[in-house]
Ligand binder design. Structure first.
Ligand SMILES: Cc1cc2nc3c(=O)[nH]c(=O)nc-3n(C[C@H](O)[C@H](O)[C@H](O)COP(=O)(O)OP(=O)(O)OC[C@H]3O[C@@H](n4cnc5c(N)ncnc54)[C@H](O)[C@@H]3O)c2cc1C
Length: 320
């Protein structure tokens, strides 16, 4: 894919200096972090703004917490390692998630029972039209499951420049989710630590998820759908092994990967576009598939799941 214009921003001052031309653009820029959660289906006919603002520092402390501020262009996993090396807890379960810290609030990244919102303190973002920096608190971001205000109400209006996280001095371990507990025992860990959990998460992720550097992918392509209790009970009669997690308000979250696998798509390949053989939730590019081909495969899967289960899947990946 090609971009008509590309600008790389390395400091917030550079962004401020670029404020006038940016505000004058007929359509806002496409802000690019690490690019790990975007599927390009066509060339980009507008400005691509690559956010490369760096910096990582401890910016405050209280009795129980330490605050770490990162430039939006800092790599997420490097930030996780920084915290672990400083003995700061809260992000160990989120080890090895690809991408940059600036994108972490966009979809409230989450893994293994922890979400960004659990450690998020505040962020600073540039308002493109008002040409001003604005702060967002945790409540302002309206975080939800793979959701935030930046994907909805203020979509395409802000460029996130820095994020401040609130880490804990005293760890609270979350090991019940996924295969973490089992991995820890296989590693022979008898005393829990944030580093041991991070190592276990890295091992589990590396064994289950394809490395984007080897096989192109954007992680989970779909969100886990939420349905009403009644529909869930109905599905359970036909599919007793259906995977569902109860939510407040008589809702149930289904495992999208389970639905896709049951519908027979796991390991399916159409040219170079495929559904990963170990993780049905991940669509992969074996080499030369175009963005359109991956998108078209995702459409077929969504239609099939709708027909077979009456459940609407929603894409987690940002489509351009
Ligand atoms: C192998 C793999 C595993 C993954 N596992 C997980 C997982 O476990 N949990 C999870 O939640 N996600 C996961 N993801 C998705 C991805 O890692 C996250 O969404 C990540 O936060 C994307 O970061 P990025 O910098 O690459 O964002 P990009 O892909 O560059 O951008 C994502 C979106 O955010 C916008 N954006 C990016 N930076 C900014 C900014 N500074 N200001 C305003 N808008 C911005 C972009 O315009 C785009 O809409 C996975 C992806 C892969 C490839």
């Amino acid at each position: 894919m090609r971009a008509r214009y590309l600008v790389r921003i390395k400091t917030r001052l550079e962004l401020e200096a670029f404020g006038d031309p940016l505000a004058a653009l007929p359509t806002g820029p496409l802000v690019l972090g690490g690019g790990s959660n975007i599927l390009f289906t066509k060339d980009v006919d507008k400005l691509v703004l690559r956010n490369e603002i760096s910096g990582m520092e401890i910016c405050g402390e209280d009795t129980d917490h330490v605050y770490v501020k990162t430039g939006a262009g800092e790599n997420w996993h490097q930030f996780v390692l920084f915290c672990i090396n400083q003995g700061l807890a809260g992000v160990e379960n989120l080890s090895l998630i690809p991408g940059n810290t600036g994108a972490s609030p966009m979809q409230n990244i989450g893994a293994y029972g922890v979400e960004l919102k659990d450690v998020f303190h505040e962020l600073e973002a540039w308002h493109i039209k008002d040409k001003a920096f604005v702060k967002f608190s945790n409540a302002d971001c309206r975080f939800g499951y793979r959701e935030s205000v930046f994907k909805r109400a203020v979509r395409d209006q802000f460029i996130i420049t820095s994020v401040t996280y609130k880490l804990s001095r005293k760890p609270v371990f979350h090991i019940a989710y996924g295969a973490i507990e089992q991995e820890l025992s296989q590693m022979g860990i008898t005393e829990l630590s944030i580093r041991a959990i991070s190592d276990a998460v890295i091992r589990v992720r590396s064994s289950k998820l394809p490395d984007p550097a080897v096989i192109g992918n954007a992680g989970s392509f779909f969100k886990n759908p939420e349905i009403g209790q009644e529909q869930y009970e109905g599905l359970k009669l036909t599919y007793p092994k259906i995977v569902g997690y109860p939510l407040p308000g008589k809702q149930v979250k289904l495992a999208a990967g389970w639905l896709i696998e049951q519908a027979g798509w796991k390991g399916y390949r159409e040219g170079d576009a495929g559904c990963h053989e170990k993780q049905a939730l991940v669509l992969v590019n074996y080499g030369h598939a175009t963005g359109r081909e991956i998108f078209s495969l995702s459409e077929k899967i969504m239609e099939d799941v709708q027909v077979k289960f009456g459940v609407t899947l929603e894409r987690e990946v940002n489509i351009y």
